[in-house]
Design a protein around this ligand. Structure first.
Ligand code: ADP
Length: 167
């Protein structure tokens, strides 16, 4: 009866007045990104477009996160960014991903404790497939990449909700 009944001292159990819809929406709002994240796949700024395409195939992901020499987040590369780069005449081995990526501070990020629904809204509003999950580096500025949250993770959440199996 979780959500339907609540308890008060000396009163006992009482009906909360919440409908199924309210209970589901309350539950979803407590779910954080950390519960549904995936492993991040990262390349360095100096990696070539050719290497990035190969990494995407080998790792079976649609978005790569790009880091600088200090391993802090510097950008994001998507499938279409790589397709666009491959339309030119230049050889793919000679173009560094640092040149074609979407660069910080224009990268939308999130943190482990963020609400999964707020992140889903970011995916919709920004029309992107995924977000890096980040942590501020302890000294200096910038972010270290700790995870990845994508539309696929959102689909897993939907299935878990339907099966009543959310964390
Ligand atoms: P695709 O381009 O393969 O459809 P996306 O829709 O995710 O994949 O990417 C669209 C554009 O948004 C690309 O130029 C990409 O670099 C950029 N992008 C992807 N993820 C992010 C993000 N988290 N923050 C900012 N820009 C992003």
């Amino acid at each position: 009866m979780s959500g339907y009944l609540d308890a008060r001292p000396r009163v006992g159990y009482f009906y909360t007045g919440k409908s199924n819809d309210h209970i589901l929406s309350d539950k979803v709002k407590t779910i954080t990104v950390g519960h549904y994240k995936s492993r991040p796949v990262v390349v360095t700024e100096s990696s070539s477009v050719y290497e990035a395409v190969t990494t995407m195939f080998l790792e079976d992901v649609g978005t790569l996160f790009v880091v600088d020499k200090l391993s802090t987040l510097s950008g994001v590369v998507s499938r279409k960014d790589l397709l666009r780069a491959s339309l030119g005449q230049q050889s793919l081995e000679s173009i560094p991903v640092g040149v074609i990526m979407t660069r910080m501070p224009n990268v939308t990020v999130c943190e482990d404790q963020d609400s999964i629904i707020e992140v889903a809204k970011k995916l919709i509003n920004k029309q992107i497939d995924g977000l890096p999950i980040v942590k501020k580096v302890s000294h200096g500025s910038g972010y270290e990449v700790t995870g990845r949250i994508t539309k696929t993770n959102m689909t897993s959440l939907l299935v878990d909700l339907a099966n009543n199996e959310t964390i």
